[in-house]
Design a protein around this ligand. Structure first.
Ligand code: FES
Length: 263
């Protein structure tokens, strides 16, 4: 686990469209080994006293690893050659060793699950699209373009990527419950709460939801990312135990404000 700060730089910046939204993928120089679901705490030099932010790690490269940033984040303003500082990788990987997870997301939060797909860690992707019409469900090419999965990345997913389209949250929860495998979720707070309402308590340990991007120190030092602890203890730090947390530990009533909106 690396908590010290590493001086680094942006090696490259690539615009990327994920589920109809714009992001940029930044290759960061360094010796960065990670598992899907982990993130880098990263600070830019875009202006004085820029606050560090967590960025999801996407893939390792020859000279480092890449992270995703969206338009509102400081890193998004950076260009190749810009200096950055990072610490991490941080967080725990939610996928079980030796088994393929089910992924479930809505388009606005799909980018958080993209690293699992690029690593070939996906048995099935359940895609919720309450707006409808974002892609043509029966047309494999249109779906893969929407998900930004190229031929080589599709090839990493055993048996080919299986995508199930669900127009509402109940169908998405039912589709996930049919599977015996661990489920990894990225949903807006309202949808996450509605989804959790359809999952029996005894199953909630195997559903992992991406909780929050609102982290300040990333090393369990500032107490800024804590979830309510049902046992009345010190609380659960999302920066170290998350960012994906089992539904069984989330109290939507008390922790709703900790969950991040993606739209
Ligand atoms: S980000 Fe500071 S304690 Fe989690």
């Amino acid at each position: 686990m690396k908590n010290f700060v590493t001086e680094s730089r942006v090696l490259s910046r690539t615009e990327i469209s994920l589920a109809g939204r714009s992001y940029a993928e930044f290759e960061i120089a360094g010796d960065i080994a990670f598992e899907p679901g982990q993130y880098l705490m990263l600070r830019t030099n875009t202006h004085k006293n820029t606050w560090p932010c967590p960025y999801p790690l996407v893939r390792t490269t020859e000279r480092g690893a890449s992270v995703l940033a969206e338009g509102r984040q400081e890193l998004y303003k950076c260009r190749a050659g810009d200096a950055v500082q990072y610490w991490g990788p941080r967080g725990t990987a939610p996928a079980e060793k030796g088994s393929m997870p089910i992924l479930a997301a809505e388009p606005a939060a799909y980018f958080l699950l993209y690293p699992f797909l690029t690593a070939g860690l996906c048995k099935k992707l359940i895609l919720l699209d309450t707006g409808g019409g974002a892609f043509t469900p029966g047309d494999q090419n249109s779906v893969m373009r929407f998900l930004n999965l190229s031929g080589p990345e599709q090839g990493k997913i055993s048996g080919g990527p299986s995508v199930e389209y669900c127009p509402d949250i109940i169908q998405a929860a039912e589709a996930a419950l049919k599977e015996p495998d661990r489920v990894i979720l990225a949903l807006n707070p309202q949808n996450a709460e509605a989804f959790a309402g359809h999952i029996p308590d005894e199953k909630k340990d195997s559903f992992f939801l991406y909780i929050s991007n609102k982290k300040a120190c990333g090393i369990d030092g500032c107490k800024g990312c804590y979830l309510h602890d049902r046992d009345g203890g010190m609380g659960i730090n999302v920066c170290c135990k998350g960012p994906f947390m089992p539904l069984s530990v989330i109290d939507f009533e008390k922790d709703r404000k900790s969950l991040e909106e993606y739209i």
